[in-house]
Design a protein around this ligand. Structure first.
Ligand code: F6P
Length: 341
């Protein structure tokens, strides 16, 4: 078999572990040939690739980022490129393509699959918002980074009697905010799934200070918004990839809380540090299992599917199903967090 692999969309720790696993399983166990497209779908559309043998993937298991490079692609650009992609797949003699990516990448994968290309997807995102899999690799690493930051911020916040408003990633969903906030014992967690009431949030933080506590930590996901009309907030529209431009909710909240409480507040935007660096052991294992199962699915001819963690097992799920909804934080998970804050 000849397999093409690519990484697309925002990078995330564990991508290299998938690439390595695909190459090991395909080359060592099946005698396949593997090529890696550069910079995501762009590499497939431009037939820009290199051969991936065992040497090419040596030493990358623990390395963050992606050795193949990544990029985002505009949906219209990809739709226009379907025939070009089909031509390159035929010219290169590819029997399977394994795209590793998040929501946008998997939608593109579904489009190409419906056009008849032999696709087996692998889901990734630090946001953990892909509905069909219990967990995506990268999430555990991001939560670890955010939790360590929160732990560190507590000590400086206490020294200065400040409110720290820590903005974490999470475009549509608050999984990183929820898990890091619970793990670090934050005092308020603000997620996109539940527009917040600034009066309530001010009261929660204010009560802490009234009770004699010297600091407060608020974790907010970047995609969180106030209830309409409750606080000045301006939508910024979408970028060329169809992604919402954020208004900087961490900064806005810090200013608002400082003004309302008369306590110093500092915004801390964790940003891309959550996506960088070495993956945790959990993410390495999940990524490695996904790579292994993607190759097996390709050999069984199970195309138009993606790997998914269900409980402790890896299952194959139709791409169309996986891209139809996002996995949001359910109300009961949010409630659990409230009782321990
Ligand atoms: O989708 C993953 C993600 O890390 C989001 O949490 C974040 O909003 C986005 O990517 C950032 O994208 P970029 O790297 O293009 O700034």
């Amino acid at each position: 078999m000849r397999i093409g692999v690519l990484t697309s969309g925002g990078d995330c720790p564990g991508l290299n572990a998938v690439i390595r696993s695909v190459v090991h399983r395909a080359v060592v166990d099946h005698g396949d040939e593997v090529i890696g497209f550069h910079d995501g779908w762009k590499g497939l559309l431009e037939a820009d690739y290199r051969k991936l043998d065992l040497d090419a993937v040596a030493g990358i298991l623990a390395r963050g980022g992606t050795i193949l490079g990544s990029s985002r692609v505009q949906p219209a650009h990809l739709r226009d490129g379907v025939e070009r992609a089909r031509g390159h797949v035929a010219d290169l003699g590819l029997d399977a393509i394994i795209p590793i990516g998040g929501e946008g990448t998997l939608k593109a994968a579904n489009l190409l699959s419906q056009a008849g290309l032999p696709i087996v997807g692998v889901p990734k995102t630090i946001d953990n918002d892909i509905a069909s899999t219990d967990v995506t690799f990268g999430f555990d690493t991001a939560v670890g980074v955010a939790t360590e930051a929160l732990d560190r911020l507590k000590t400086t916040a206490e020294s200065h009697q400040r409110v720290m408003v820590v903005e974490v990633m999470g475009r549509h969903t608050g999984w990183i905010a929820l898990h890091s906030g619970m793990a670090a014992g934050a005092h308020a967690i603000v997620v996109p799934e539940r527009p917040f009431d600034i009066d309530e949030l001010t009261a929660i933080v204010g009560e802490r200070f009234s009770a004699g506590k010297r600091f407060a930590i608020v974790v907010v996901a970047e995609g969180a918004k106030p209830k309409p009309g409750s606080m000045a907030f301006e939508e910024r529209g979408k970028d060329i990839y169809g992604h919402e431009r954020f208004a900087g909710i961490g900064n806005l909240l810090a200013v608002e809380l400082e003004n309302r409480l008369g306590k110093e507040a500092r915004p801390v935007i964790l940003g891309h540090v959550q996506r960088g660096g070495t993956p945790t052991a959990y993410d390495r294992v999940l990524a490695t299992r996904f790579g292994w199962h993607a190759v097996e699915a390709a050999h069984r001819g199970e195309f138009g599917m993606l790997t998914a963690l269900r409980g402790t097992e890896i299952e194959m799920v139709p791409l169309a199903e996986a891209t139809s909804t996002l996995k949001t934080v359910p109300a009961e998970r949010y409630e659990e967090a409230q009782t321990v804050l």
